[in-house]
Design a binder for this molecule. Structure first.
Ligand code: DSN
Length: 412
């Protein structure tokens, strides 16, 4: 029995139930992953006990000598991983990393240009329900209606007309390669800053599996918990010239005390990502996504943009006459966790949607390869083609649990 179970059995029970859910099911949410035991240990460590407002060597509290060492290691390892001139590892999340860039380099009411949320962008890229859509004038680009990929000519046209202060690239539901150099060139042409939000594909960028934005765009923001396989949090990279302004924007600009246990775990994650085996892992994520995409397509499902170059697949469910919400719910009953997602030219609300987003980082962390992806793809297609068939859902659910149980989260 864990110590927590002796002091708070209600919470211990909840954690145990969640552990069982993770062990017996398949996590296919594209933005999720499973951290290593080492990351887990650092996150759950006594590093959480400290206030360390400020930065290494310049804190507003005493007793930070070991926190300075941990944060310096996190910064140095992140710089090494991406070849960055400057790194800030304090943002609590990806949204706060984005917020710091906006806060540091754009005045209220100035123009932010980004990808539409319904076509792959992110809330913090200017959605009207986010502060970003309320504090700035937002202009957006989408994907080409035919190819469902970014048309850089159209992006350039909009940028020339609208003259943004910051041009944002990067997405949360875009299955294709993003040309960061093209975005920076467009930004340069209109005297704008270019910010790449690589939250989803950071692990792929760090290992060359996707072209990197670091050293290409003015700013790179990321989360650390998606393809990077680290603790839940954010980070910012830029050249040394912009570093001081970024640091000031994060603290004292918009955050207080840094989450030092998380920063310590970020350092562990970056060390893991520097190992050659992490490049193998990143390549396998993409191979797995391709194998799953091929299987789904062979089963007659339509993939937005016709395929994938990265860790995710976006399914258009229109021809099946089912919604993303229905698909998410029925697959959940078979222990396959996915999320409903808007697709280009969406006509349903974000709570219902016509699409489904499927990602391979977490199942790849469990050691699954192409053969398992094909099997999972067949299960998904069978269920989506027959969502009222409860017997089928039960049968697949049992098979999913059997497969998942042979890939423990922490075999060691
Ligand atoms: N919520 C994340 C995602 O699922 O893509 C982005 O913040």
């Amino acid at each position: 029995m864990s110590y927590l179970a002796t002091t708070d059995h209600e919470i211990a029970d909840i954690i145990e139930k969640e552990r069982q859910r993770q062990v017996t099911g398949l996590e296919l949410i594209a933005s999720e992953n499973l951290v290593s035991r080492a990351v887990l240990e650092a996150m759950g460590s006594i590093m959480t006990n400290k206030y360390a407002e400020g930065y290494p060597g310049k804190r507003y509290y005493g007793g930070c000598e070991f926190h300075d060492m941990a944060e310096n290691l996190a910064r140095d390892r992140l710089k090494e991983l991406f070849g960055a001139g400057h790194a800030n590892v304090q943002p609590h999340s990806g949204t706060q990393a984005n917020m710091a860039v906006y806060f540091g380099f754009m005045k209220l009411g100035e123009t932010l240009m980004s990808m539409k949320l319904t076509q792959g962008g992110h809330l913090s890229h200017g959605s009207p329900v986010s502060f970003t859509g309320q504090f700035y004038r937002v202009v957006q680009y989408g994907v080409d209606p035919e190819s469902e990929t970014i048309d850089y000519g159209v992006v350039e046209e909009i940028a020339r007309k609208e003259k943004p202060k910051i041009l944002v690239c990067g997405a949360s539901a875009y299955p294709r390669t993003i040309d960061f150099a093209a975005f920076q060139e467009i930004a340069d042409g209109v005297d704008a800053y270019c910010m790449a939000d690589i939250a989803h594909i950071a692990g792929l960028c760090a290992t060359g599996v996707h072209p990197t934005s670091v050293g290409v765009t003015d700013f790179t923001t990321t989360t650390t918990h998606k393809t990077l396989r680290g603790p839940r949090g954010g980070a910012i990279m830029c050249d040394e010239d912009h570093g001081q302004a970024i640091d000031k924007a994060v603290f004292p600009g918009m955050q207080g005390g840094p989450l030092m246990h998380t920063i310590t775990a970020k350092a562990v994650c970056f060390k893991e990502a520097l190992r050659p085996s992490f490049a193998d892992y990143s390549r396998q994520i993409v191979k797995n996504a391709r194998a799953m995409a091929e299987t789904l397509e062979e089963a007659g499902l339509r993939l937005v943009s016709g395929g994938t170059d990265n860790h995710l697949i976006l399914l258009d469910l229109t021809s099946l006459s089912i919604t993303g919400l229905e698909a998410e719910t029925v697959l959940g009953k078979a222990h396959i966790t996915v999320n409903k997602n808007t697709i280009p030219n969406e006509n349903r609300s974000p709570f219902v949607t016509s699409g489904l987003r499927i990602g391979t980082p977490a199942v790849t962390s469990r050691g699954m390869k192409e053969a398992e992806m094909r099997q999972i793809g067949r299960w998904i297609a069978m269920i989506l083609n027959d969502i009222s068939n409860e017997a089928l859902v039960r049968k697949v659910g049992a098979e999913v649990t059997a497969m998942a149980s042979t890939y423990p989260l922490y075999p060691e």
